[in-house]
Design a protein around this ligand. Structure first.
Ligand SMILES: [Zn+2]
Length: 403
């Protein structure tokens, strides 16, 4: 006897087959036991099985739970004031140089209590979960000192324990150079490499290490030092690359077999080729492109031509992407970047799982995978990339439980 059986539904397994890129099973059924999928197929194949709960879904669509593979969800305060400055003509660089930007959130984050950080992050997390998210990556990066970075990672762990969502913590170790280290760049990077990475690795607080490779942030040489330290401590790497300029960060990330390179508006062909060869996922972040009113789009056709997998994420953060809706991220990926609705859905399911190194756990609706599922009352799945401001799924199952 299974725990749950979903019937009378159309299942997008996300296991691509020729002519069926989303792995759709019409008149499908999904069996769930102990939080995992035990069987998926056409209804008649599963007809002999019984379950304690049977959900007859009236023809609704079932997809994997959405995966938001790039967020900065935990921070103090917000930056609505900078939004107003940008509307008055200031650029991202202007704001950063004037002590705003990341530095302002760092101040507010350091001043916030742990309870305050958790309460505000839980509100944002709740919005993502209502939108259909069952796995969310959360980066640190607003502490910019050993203990305050570890505190953010501990907050991520606390959220994972209290909320019905899988949280994947990332140590964003090189995010911005703090004001008081401006004359001591090398010393700051040394502190991160020699103290923060070993401490986070030893405490098991991070799955991967990230950095912001950019003219206003860290150089490729500094990032490479970080990556080597991460590898020494058994941590995977990923990178904010080619957002505002081409620093050849994507190629550097690929050289270190990064899980993902993210943003990529200024990616060149050599970078795309290197990513394809390394299996590094391109994480596209249309919320930041939209909020910054950028004009240069990531080279989506080049990524397709080289066979680079594309993921889509909210990049939820207080400065450049205060985006709380995964389905709006999908819509923006279509409307702003030219992804097809199928690509956008793959970008928040199978490819996002790969961007987190979690393909064994959550990349598809298949036996053995976690029973993280969304039930959508839609005519077609193309609607996920079509509606602007779609409410969340009708049902959201996390580890088999109806949440
Ligand atoms: Zn980011």
């Amino acid at each position: 006897m299974w725990d749950r059986l979903l019937v009378d539904c159309r299942v997008a397994t996300m296991e691509a087959a020729p002519g069926n890129p989303l792995g759709v099973i019409e008149d499908g059924a999904v069996g769930i036991q102990d939080g995992r999928i035990v069987r998926v197929g056409v209804r008649t194949e599963l007809a002999g099985n019984r379950a304690r709960d049977v959900f007859a879904l009236g023809g609704a669509w079932v997809t994997p739970g959405l995966i938001d593979c790039h967020t900065h969800l935990i921070f103090g305060g917000n930056r609505a004031d900078e939004h107003a400055m940008r509307q008055a003509g200031a650029s991202y660089e202007d704001i950063a140089k004037a002590g705003g930007g990341i530095a302002s959130t760092v101040r507010q984050t350091r001043e916030a209590s742990e309870a305050g950080l958790l309460a505000s992050a839980a509100m944002r997390l709740d919005a993502l979960m209502k939108g259909g998210v069952t796995t969310v990556e959360i980066k640190s990066g607003y502490g910019l000192a050993v203990e305050s970075e570890l505190r953010l990672l501990r907050c991520a762990k606390a959220l994972a324990a209290s909320e019905a969502v899988r949280i994947v913590p990332t140590l964003l170790a090189l995010h911005a150079l703090p004001e008081d280290w401006k004359e001591r760049r090398i010393g700051y990077v040394s502190m991160i490499v020699d103290e923060l990475i070993p401490a986070a690795a030893e405490a098991g607080l991070a799955d991967a290490v990230d950095a912001f490779c950019e003219g206003i942030a860290f150089t490729p040489e500094e990032v490479e030092r970080l990556f080597e330290a991460a590898e020494d401590h058994g941590l995977r790497v990923k990178l904010h690359a080619e957002q505002l300029s081409n620093q050849h960060g994507a190629a550097l990330a690929a050289k270190h077999r990064a899980l993902s390179a993210d943003h990529l508006e200024h990616l060149d062909e050599a970078g795309a080729k290197a990513m394809a060869e390394a299996g590094t996922v391109a994480v596209l972040l249309p919320g930041a492109f939209y909020a910054l009113q950028e004009e240069r789009k990531p080279p989506v056709q080049m990524l397709r031509d080289h066979g680079v997998r594309m993921a889509v994420a909210t990049d939820c953060n207080p400065g450049t992407s205060p985006l709380l809706s995964p389905t709006l991220a999908m819509n923006m990926a279509c409307t702003l970047f030219g992804l097809t609705p199928d690509e956008a859905l793959a970008g928040m399911t199978v490819n996002a799982a790969k961007a987190l190194g979690l393909e064994d756990e959550i990349e598809a609706i298949a036996p053995g995978k976690a029973a993280d599922l969304c039930v959508w009352r839609l005519e077609s799945l193309a609607e996920l990339g079509y509606w602007i401001g779609l409410p969340g799924p009708e049902r959201r199952l996390y580890a088999g439980d109806d949440t």
